[in-house]
Design a protein around this ligand. Structure first.
Ligand code: HMG
Ligand code: MG
Length: 302
């Protein structure tokens, strides 16, 4: 299949990236990061997560962040909402899109959200209905679609099954996530094909962590399979607190560099993202994980 002419890049650094940082990142820094990303031109930024602060302390400032960011009309600011408590908080904080997050692996579901896959879907029913009642976009995220840190292999049927359940809940978009970054291109295409049997392909997205250095190859393979929405994290921030050893999402700068080279439109200004990556890396006191971001910054410095 030919590659898409344009893709949507969902910037998840402020949520998936920062949720895994041990040191407290103050709300002002998160707000500045989101504002910089807004000015870079993303149509969708995952900015917050209304989960239990005991489970993910770093996201406890989500309300402050959502309230203070400089919103650009038309940009969708998303927030994770595992249950009605999270939904109510996201609604009050004016999230444009709420994200219910389940798993294709039973073992991971228990560790991440403390319930079985079936129980999680039952919990999401009310959230999904409330989202629709309030006219919010609803996204479903499926962890461990390509492999699980606890159970290993995840059958294609398990992915397809959860995609079907998320579809039945009324999701507008469904993320197929490689939580621990283990997939390789052919496997990626097989999983995406299984997901596409249950949901329209234009609404499927690829959420790749780069733990084994395969994320860009998996994105390319996904585009060959017809996927045109991808998640990435500025400066490659991140990991998942419930997937030991998992590293960050694919770096946004690397994805943008590849898309530019392929002539695929993203609507995002790479230079501004590089600046945002330098900003957050400086705050965190370490070199960013984006190869393209670091190369561009080094070239600028001459
Ligand atoms: P639980 O302990 O089973 O729930 O947690 P509970 O209903 O029994 O509540 C226990 C306590 O949590 C209560 O407080 C609740 O008020 C509080 P207490 O009475 O003990 O003081 N609580 C909340 N507080 C704030 N906001 C809420 C909320 N809900 C309950 N929404 C729960 C169940 C799902 C809440 C918990 O397991 C949790 O928060 N897990 C966090 C999971 C998480 O955030 N994981 C990382 C994000 S997912 C991810 O990164 C994967 C993704 O990137 C895709 C990929 O790469 O795979 C999306
Ligand atoms: Mg993730």
């Amino acid at each position: 299949m030919s590659l898409p002419k344009q893709v949507k890049i969902v910037e998840v650094g402020p949520r998936d990236g920062l949720q895994n940082e041990k040191e407290n990142v103050p709300a002002e820094v998160k707000i500045e990061l989101v504002d910089r990303l807004t000015s870079a031109g993303f149509a969708n930024i995952e900015a917050a997560s209304f989960v239990s602060p005991k489970w993910v302390p770093q996201m406890a400032t989500s309300k402050e962040v959502m309230t203070a960011i400089a919103r650009k009309p038309g940009v969708v600011y998303s927030a994770l909402t595992p249950n009605m408590q999270g939904f109510e908080a996201a609604l009050a904080a004016r999230a444009d899109e709420v994200v219910i997050f389940g798993s294709a692996s039973e073992a991971f579901s228990q560790r991440n959200i403390n319930c079985s896959i079936a129980e999680s879907i039952a919990r999401f029913v009310d959230v999904a209905k409330a989202a629709k009642d309030h006219g919010l976009r609803l996204r479903g995220s499926i962890s461990c679609a390509f492999g699980c840190p606890y159970q290993g292999e995840v059958p294609l049927e398990a992915v397809a099954d959860v995609v079907g359940r998320m579809r039945d809940l009324g999701c507008d978009e469904i993320d197929i996530a490689d939580t621990i970054g283990v997939s390789t291109p052919r496997k990626t295409q097989a999983v995406m094909a299984a997901a596409a049997r249950e949901f329209r392909i234009e609404g499927l997205s690829g959420h790749f962590h780069d733990t084994y250095g395969q994320a860009l190859a998996n994105i390319y393979a996904s585009m060959e399979a017809g996927i045109a929405i991808f998640h990435s994290s500025v400066s490659g921030l991140g990991g998942c607190p419930y997937a030991k050893g998992a590293t960050g999402n694919v770096a946004t700068e690397d994805v943008l560099y590849m898309m530019q080279g392929l002539g695929i439109e993203t609507g995002v200004d790479l230079d501004i993202v590089v600046d945002a990556g330098q900003f957050i890396s400086q705050f965190l006191g370490r070199k960013g994980a984006s190869r393209a971001g670091n190369a561009i910054a080094a070239k600028r410095a001459g």
